[in-house]
Write a protein that binds this ligand. Structure first.
Ligand SMILES: NC(=O)c1ccc[n+]([C@@H]2O[C@H](COP(=O)([O-])OP(=O)(O)OC[C@H]3O[C@@H](n4cnc5c(N)ncnc54)[C@H](O)[C@@H]3O)[C@@H](O)[C@H]2O)c1
Ligand SMILES: CC(C)[C@H](C(=O)O)[C@@H](O)C(=O)O
Ligand SMILES: [Mg+2]
Length: 364
C-alpha cells in the first residue's frame, strides 16, 4: 500500500524532530514492507518569509489531497511582532481540515516513572487521554477585534460542535477503561453550562461508561495530585491547550507528548504538543519522542497499521529503558544524548525484528 503524507517541518526545532520521525518512518517501511510517499511543504514562519503567508495555497491543497499530515511546530520570536503570525496558519489548517478532535495521550511507561519531575509513586499507573475540542471556542469565535483601548475575544459553541466531541470521548472511553471526565467552568460560563447539559444527555446513551464532571481549576490540581484517576478527559479548546501542557510533567517533559487531530473524514493532522522551542533550536537538545509518537498515532489512526504503531512505541520504550535521555529528561543518571543519537537508538530498535517482545498497548 502507498500512503501519501504531507510533511510540514515548520520552524525552530520543528525540522529537527521531523527529520527524526521520518527516519523512524523509513524504518517502519523497511521492516513491514510499506511504501510511504512524503511531500514536504512550507508552513508557518518559513512560509511567511518566502510566500508572505503562513499557509500557502499550494501547502493547503497538498495537505487536503494527502492521507495524513505530519507537522513539527511553528512560531518563534522572529515573527512575534508581525501582524501575520505563524500560529494563524496552524489554526487555519486545523479549521480547513476540520480536525475537531485532538487526542493527546498522557502515559507513563511502566518502570519509567522516574522520568517525571513529580514523585514517581504519584505518577505510577497514570494513563489517560485528552479529547480536546480543536476547531471552535475562543480561538475561532467572532467577534474578535482590537483597537488601542479595547480588545475582544468571543467564546461561543454550537450544540453540534459540542455533541460531536463528546460522542468521540465516549466512543474512546468504551475501548479504554470506560470513564469520561468532562472538564468545564459551568459555575460561570454559559458555553460550559450547555457543554455539561450535552454531556449528561450523551452519558445516558453510554450507560456502561462512568461520567464525572470537574471544574477546570480543580481539574488542574487533580491532574498533578492524582493523575491515575483519569481515563478520558474531554474539554473545550483553550482548557485542553493549557491542561495538556500541564500534564506533560507526568511523562516527564513537553518533548514526550504526541497528538493526533482527526475529523470525521479526510486526512488527520499529527503533531507533538510542544512548540518550536526557540530557546534550544539548533543545539541538538530537542527531544524527538513527541514527534515520533505522533507518527505512531498516524500509523494507528489514519492508516490502521496497529502492529506498526505498536512497534514504534515499543522501540521508544526500549530506548528509554536502556537509559538514553535527551537533556529535558536527564536527571544525572543514564546516557545523555543528542536529538540525532536518540533517533538513531529508536530507529535501531525499530528495524530490529523484536517479535519475542511483548507489544505494549500504549496509545489506543
Ligand atoms: N503546534 C505548534 O506549532 C506550537 C505549539 C506550541 C507553541 N507553539 C509556538 O512555539 C513558540 C514557542 O513557544 P513556547 O516557548 O511557549 O513553548 P514551547 O513548547 O516551544 O517550549 C516550552 C519549553 O519546553 C521546551 N521544549 C519544548 N519542546 C521540547 C522538546 N521537543 N524537547 C526538549 N524541550 C522542549 C522548550 O525548550 C521550552 O523551554 C511560540 O511561537 C508558540 O506560539 C507552536
Ligand atoms: C500554537 C498554538 C496556536 C497551539 C494551540 O494553542 O492550539 C499550541 O499551543 C498547541 O497546543 O497546539
Ligand atoms: Mg499548546
Amino acid at each position: 500500500m502507498k500512503k501519501k503524507i504531507t510533511v510540514l517541518p515548520g520552524d525552530g526545532i520543528g525540522p529537527e524532530v521531523m527529520k527524526g520521525a521520518l527516519q523512524v518512518l523509513e524504518g517502519v517501511a523497511a521492516r513491514f514492507g510499506h511504501e510511504f510517499q512524503t511531500t514536504e511543504k512550507r508552513f508557518g514562519g518559513t512560509a511567511i518569509d518566502q510566500d508572505g503567508k503562513p499557509l500557502p495555497d499550494d501547502t493547503l491543497e497538498t495537505c487536503k489531497n494527502s492521507d495524513a499530515v505530519l507537522l513539527g511546530a511553528v512560531g518563534g520570536p522572529k515573527w512575534d511582532s508581525q501582524t501575520v503570525r505563524p500560529e494563524q496558519g496552524l489554526l487555519a489548517l486545523r479549521k480547513e481540515l476540520n480536525v475537531f478532535a485532538n487526542l493527546r495521550p498522557v502515559t507513563v511507561f511502566p518502570g519509567l516513572e522516574n522520568l517525571s519531575p513529580l514523585k514517581s509513586n504519584r505518577v505510577k499507573g497514570a494513563d489517560f487521554v485528552f479529547v480536546r475540542e480543536l476547531t471552535g471556542g475562543i480561538y475561532f469565535s467572532e467577534p474578535k477585534t482590537r483597537d488601542e483601548k479595547h480588545a475582544v475575544d468571543t467564546l461561543s459553541y454550537t450544540r453540534e460542535e459540542i455533541t460531536r466531541i463528546i460522542e468521540k470521548a465516549y466512543e474512546l472511553a468504551r475501548v479504554r477503561r470506560k470513564k469520561v471526565t468532562s472538564v468545564d467552568k459551568a459555575n460561570v460560563l454559559e458555553t460550559s453550562k450547555l457543554w455539561r447539559e450535552i454531556v449528561e444527555e450523551t452519558a445516558k446513551k453510554y450507560s456502561d461508561v462512568e461520567t464525572e464532571h470537574l471544574l477546570v481549576d480543580y481539574a488542574a490540581m487533580r491532574m498533578i495530585s492524582s493523575p491515575s484517576s483519569f481515563d478520558v478527559v474531554v474539554t473545550e479548546n483553550m482548557f485542553g491547550d493549557i491542561l495538556s501542557d500541564e500534564a506533560s510533567v507526568i511523562p516527564g517533559s513537553l518533548g514526550m507528548m504526541p497528538s493526533a487531530s482527526i475529523s470525521q473524514k479526510g486526512p488527520g493532522l499529527y503533531e507533538p504538543i510542544h512548540g518550536s522551542a526557540p530557546d534550544i533550536a539548533g543545539s541538538g537538545k530537542a527531544n524527538p519522542i513527541g514527534m515520533i509518537l505522533s507518527t505512531a498515532m498516524m500509523l494507528r489512526h489514519s492508516f490502521k497499521l496497529e502492529k506498526e504503531a505498536a512497534a514504534v512505541e515499543l522501540a521508544v520504550f526500549e530506548t528509554l529503558q536502556a537509559g538514553y535521555r535527551t537533556q529535558d529528561i536527564y536527571d544525572g543518571t543514564g546516557n545523555l544524548v543528542s536529538t540525532k543519537e536518540m533517533v538513531n537508538q529508536i530507529h535501531f530498535r525499530m528495524i530490529e525484528d523484536s517479535t519475542s517482545a511483548t507489544l505494549l498497548e500504549v496509545y489506543v
